[in-house]
Write a protein that binds this ligand. Sequence first.
Ligand SMILES: NC(=O)C1=CN([C@@H]2O[C@H](COP(=O)(O)OP(=O)(O)OC[C@H]3O[C@@H](n4cnc5c(N)ncnc54)[C@H](O)[C@@H]3O)[C@@H](O)[C@H]2O)C=CC1
Ligand SMILES: N[C@@H](CC=O)C(=O)O
Length: 376
Amino acid sequence: MRVLHVILFGVGGVGRALVRQMVEHRSLHALRYGLTLPIVALCDRDGAVVDETGIDDEALLQLVDFKAQGGRLANHPLGGPQGDPAGIVDIAGRDGTVVVDCTASEATVPALLLALERGYKIVLANKKPLTVDQEVYDRLAAAGATAGEEGGPAHPLTHHLGMSRWETTVGAGLPVIATLNRLVASGDEVSRIAGTFSGTLGYVMTGLQEGRRFSEIVREAHRLGYTEPDPRDDLGGIDVARKALILARGLGWRLDLADVQVTGLYPPEMDSLSVQEFLDALPQLDETFQRQVAEAAAQGQVLRYAATVEGQQCRVGPTLVSADSPLGRLRGTDNLVEFHTRWYHPNPLVIQGRGAGVDATAAGVLSDIVELAFTG
Ligand SMILES: NC(=O)C1=CN([C@@H]2O[C@H](COP(=O)(O)OP(=O)(O)OC[C@H]3O[C@@H](n4cnc5c(N)ncnc54)[C@H](O)[C@@H]3O)[C@@H](O)[C@H]2O)C=CC1
Ligand SMILES: N[C@@H](CC=O)C(=O)O
């Protein structure tokens, strides 16, 4: 039996769905792939449960229920405090370990880098480690590869070869990163990537079209687990900007988050509010959106939040499109990603489907883990 020991950071919506799916599919993985995936550490923001033999399934399910009710692992009878993710990798890691990041925090970066230094594998749903400094991206992406020709970093697509996966960082469970990597690996020339990359903003825009109030739809998207922990990351465009940057860096472009041109959907004075205050203040934006959507509808148009990666530049922001266009016909959390390339021309290669949701995302993370068990 092949064994991959799992250290999981983040037991929020995606992390909990992942644990449930891992437990549910244990026999599938054993019978079909001869694979077992013991979870040796489960970590939240300030606590952890560690068991080097693998936390048993009954305890895992109990722990995710405890987390769903707002519990902290530091206070659980099986758990204890932790303030240092790299320390967890140090004590719980061993040959054949995969570190899975389902947080929305930069605090995991040292743990991920340590994991790669030790020869462990990594899977990220978290976009932040990939969108901080270019140097961190290079180290995460180039793991396991030899240095580039002048001793510089190895090519930033080498993660595809075996040590790491971050498929769900763009388009949740949709195969966007795998497609990008395959296009690049084949020598195809990607000239433009465009579309709508946010499940939350798709849900909001199509909800507005149905005549619903902006505030009501955003609160619902938050409750359903589509938004980032702070929904301003979605509404301000920074989450889509991160996705655009991940795609651009995947093409080998050397850009930073500050280089992405971002237009947000709420006024900057709302940045100083707490998350709850922001959610409470949303009705003040209802009328503006209602008017914009009505004006657009009168012209046969709808509002979408679009992204473009082209000519060494990334741009994200609201735009009006024909209600009859591919973007205009999208519904709910669906994303649409077009790859315009030398071989996919004039018609682009298109990926479309659910782009947010904890179950689809967790399933994407689980596929990444299973794939990594057979690489490297
Ligand atoms: N929800 C979705 O549809 C999708 C989410 N993602 C990404 O997956 C990640 C998780 O998303 P959700 O589960 O929805 O968010 P969430 O807010 O429900 O869960 C994140 C969890 O990480 C924990 N955390 C924060 N810092 C930590 C640390 N240093 N160590 C351990 N745990 C820490 C938080 O306490 C929280 O419980 C995010 O990065 C998000 O961008 C990606 C694709 C789709
Ligand atoms: N908040 C994000 C979740 C996936 O990355 C979105 O709505 O797309």
